[in-house]
Design a protein around this ligand. Structure first.
Ligand code: BJW
Ligand code: ZN
Length: 253
């Protein structure tokens, strides 16, 4: 961990970022909190109201599918109106400057794409479609208002439908995970924004970059298990405030 005054630290990060030729970004729920998205483990977090295993596990889904679908319905509704904040626009600016900027995300809110990020790797799936909990082979269906008319929604085979997100204990989408691991093995810098770093395997990506001896930069107002690791440069602050400063600094160099 590097301890410097904020201004010095920001200048140091700008220099490192400006030297990178193939940086990648990794985001979690905190990247969207300034757009009004609730986190999972923060003060405003969903896990303050419900246990993670009740809402985000296959067992929870089978036990109380209505509760889980109500939760996803509430979140979908919230995502309809949200807009990317200044931090998102800064990432798009960086993408334009570099010509490419792969972003690996744990988020399902669609804000990266809405902002204009082109290369987004969705590690935990998304909320576009739902499929049969019993994998009967029926095609996945779009998640739309109709689906919420009678909860829980059912597959044509009579089983319950589930959103195509990754719940605890489930494997991540193979292609997305392979791409994310490959990016961590080939990038020359990773910028980790707004994740508690508690959920594997997303949490392993910066560790791969660290092991390769390359820069790992973290933006988070709180400490995480990454913060204290040797070699990590951690800046304590909000993504919407820090990212514009960094990208502006890079563009001036
Ligand atoms: C700001 C900010 C601002 C605020 N600016 N920052 C023991 C038993 C069983 C399993 C395991 C086990 N040990 C490990 C595992 C594996 C498990 C895991 O990691 N569990 C740990 C919790 C212990 N992982 C899995 O099961 C994964 N699958 C897997 O590993 O398969 C192989 C395997 C299977 C079985 C056993 C072992 C291996 C799947 C993980 C799926 C996670 N699913 C969820 C919900 C689905 C998606 C959705 O509905 O959205 O994904 S849970 C939830 O957590 C969601 C998130 O994507 C994920 C991560 O949360 P995130 O993004 O980090 O958010 P928060 O809230 O935690 O943090 C927000 C941060 O932002 C904070 O740090 C704030 O400070 C910060 N912040 N404002 C910048 N303005
Ligand atoms: Zn089915």
């Amino acid at each position: 961990m590097t301890e410097l005054s904020s201004e010095k630290l920001i200048n140091e990060i700008i220099e490192i970022l400006a030297d990178a030729e193939a940086p990648i970004i990794s985001t979690g729920a905190g990247m969207s909190s300034e757009s009004g998205v609730r986190t999972f483990r923060g003060e405003d977090g969903y896990w303050r109201e419900h246990r993670a295993e009740d809402l985000a596990s296959p067992e929870g889904l089978r036990k109380d599918p209505e509760l889980v679908w109500e939760w996803y319905g509430e979140r979908l509704k919230a995502y309809e109106d949200i807009q990317p904040h200044a931090g998102y626009h800064a990432l798009v600016q960086l993408q334009d400057q570099l010509g490419k900027l792969p972003v690996v995300t744990q988020n399902v809110d669609g804000l990266l794409q809405k902002a204009g990020l082109i290369d987004v790797v969705e590690l935990h799936g998304n909320l576009k479609t739902a499929s049969c909990i019993n994998r009967c082979g029926a095609p996945s269906v779009p998640i739309n208002e109709e689906l919420f008319e009678h909860l829980p929604p059912h597959c044509s085979c009579g089983s319950i439908l589930r959103p195509d997100v990754v719940l605890f204990g489930e494997q991540l989408p193979e292609q997305a995970l392979r791409r994310a691991l490959n990016l961590a093995e080939t990038c020359d810098l990773i910028l980790v924004i707004g994740t508690s770093m508690l959920v594997y395997p997303a949490s392993s990506l910066p560790l791969i970059v660290l092991r390769r001896g390359l820069p790992v930069i973290e933006i988070n107002p709180e400490e995480t298990p990454l913060t204290s690791l040797a070699g990590v440069i951690s800046i304590h602050g909000a993504a919407g405030q820090i990212l514009p400063l960094l990208v502006e600094g890079v563009s001036l160099r």
